[in-house]
Ligand binder design. Structure first.
Ligand SMILES: *Cc1c(COP(=O)(O)O)cnc(C)c1O
Length: 442
């Protein structure tokens, strides 16, 4: 498969280059050249398919024939070594649990798939070093996703004292090929160090560097698998299916739009946001105005300039540039996506309501999805809605306990983390020290 840039459809690269580059030089985003509907046979067989089989056939469709069957199967099976169960709330509302992976959030799907694809394509004997700056969640998924991948070293920079204790443990307790740098500065300082390394021509002659950025197309592809998996579990008979997706950078919902383009009969998408509501406002009014992000309870969605918006407009026919989608793009997008935004007060009420009415513990991100689904179903009652539960509630333990006034269950793999010793290298914000450290490890 070739991948083109959303800023220039003539700019095409093969899968390997799209995965290692991450971002085209023109600052667009890579998209698969073709997203052709899967054959009728696929949908006839879907009810009997394993999650891994779904992943294999969907990735085959999106990646083309480059990777032999056996290798692609291994990549998919290693990615999907945990389930994505659908839990019923009532006849119209379901929850798709995406938190059964190692870091307890849906980003595990993307990180695991990306690491295995990179490993597959990595034919250079010189080790590859992945640099990641993290404000919390992405780092945990990337660390777990790349853990023990031969030939790939991961260096994670995080701001000292500015990530939660649990997030820090996820970054600093793995060891082996995962190295944590505890930077005496802010997230922006971490990002600046990474950026400077990528711009350092001399360094790049000595070290092979790549990033594990969330806009990498290889993180999006596996996220389309679980839309099929959810549809399979719901059963094909019944009211039309809608997905409510708690959104920040809008990668998750974009993966759903891709699944739909592959032929999955999704009736509608509900984009759910917190007060960072650039996209719901765009859907309503047709004006796309990015804004500084504001801090909320559902903090993994605190994004003021969603990076995947360019992919969304691209899927609806808009090709060049990402700031001013045309009115035809807007019209088409509105037919398939509705957007709703909620503040923290409403989110807390929703966490309590889901617990009281259904006995289900939903995290603040999922709760925003629940609210958005309810808003949509008020107008469209004859639908079956699936809320994507993007993280396990225990990841937000203090907030959850405060909101529900009770203890909540913590999975064993999380409890174990607390007992493991932290290993991180202290680093100041000075680029020279960072560079020296990188080179000293060669
Ligand atoms: C990253 C994240 C989101 C937002 O997903 P996008 O693909 O950026 O829209 C939502 N919930 C949780 C828990 C996340 O970690």
């Amino acid at each position: 498969m070739k991948f083109y840039s959303t800023n220039d459809p003539e700019h095409r690269v093969d899968t390997k280059e799209a995965v290692f580059r991450g971002l085209p030089a023109d600052n667009g985003l890579y998209m698969p050249e073709r997203i052709d509907p899967l054959p009728d046979r696929f949908f006839a067989e879907l009810p009997e398919m394993s999650f891994a089989e779904i992943g294999f056939r969907v990735s085959r469709r999106l990646l083309g024939d480059e990777i032999p069957d056996a290798d692609l199967r291994t990549i998919v099976e290693e990615t999907l070594n945990f389930p994505a169960p659908v839990v019923k709330l009532d006849d119209r509302r379901y929850v798709l649990e995406l938190f059964h992976g190692p870091s307890l959030a849906f980003k595990d799907f993307g990180a695991r798939f990306m690491s295995r694809l990179m490993h597959y394509y990595n034919d250079d004997p010189q080790p590859l070093t992945i640099l990641v700056a993290t404000s919390g969640d992405t780092g945990g998924a990337v660390a777990a996703g790349f853990y023990d991948t031969p030939g790939i070293e991961v260096v994670i920079l995080y701001p000292s004292g500015k990530v939660s204790e649990l997030q820090e443990k996820q970054l600093t307790t793995l060891g082996k090929n995962i190295h944590a740098l505890e930077v005496d500065g802010s997230f922006d300082d971490c990002q600046a160090l990474v950026k400077q390394a990528f711009l350092d021509v001399d360094l790049r002659q000595r070290l092979r560097l790549s990033s594990a950025n969330s806009i990498n197309i290889s993180r999006l592809i596996p996220q389309s698998f679980y839309y099929f998996e959810a549809y399979k579990q719901l059963g094909t008979i019944g009211d039309p299916v809608v997905f409510a997706v708690p959104s920040g950078n809008f990668g998750n919902i974009t993966a759903g739009l891709i699944a739909r383009q592959l032929g999955l009969p999704v009736h509608h998408f509900v984009a759910a946001t917190n007060r960072n509501d650039v996209v719901p406002r765009y859907l309503r009014a047709g004006q796309y105005a990015i804004a500084p992000s504001v801090a909320t309870l559902s903090n993994a969605m605190d994004v003021g300039a969603p990076s995947n918006f360019a992919r969304m407009t691209n899927l609806y026919g808009h090709v060049i540039g990402k700031d001013h989608p045309d009115s035809e793009t807007h019209r088409r997008m509105r037919e398939e996506i509705s957007g709703y935004a909620f503040d923290d007060g409403a989110t807390e009420d929703a966490v309590r309501e889901v617990k009281d009415r259904f006995g289900y513990t939903i995290d603040p991100h999922g709760a925003v999805g629940y609210l958005a689904l309810n808003a949509y179903q008020k107008e469209h009652p004859r639908t079956r809605g699936v809320i994507l539960e993007t993280a396990h509630p225990s990841k937000f333990l203090p907030d959850m306990q405060r909101i529900l006034s009770q203890d909540i269950a913590v999975p064993d793999r999380l409890k174990r983390l607390e007992t493991l010793p932290k290993e991180a290298t202290p680093m100041d914000t000075d680029y020279i020290s960072f560079r020296k450290w990188l080179l000293s490890r060669k």
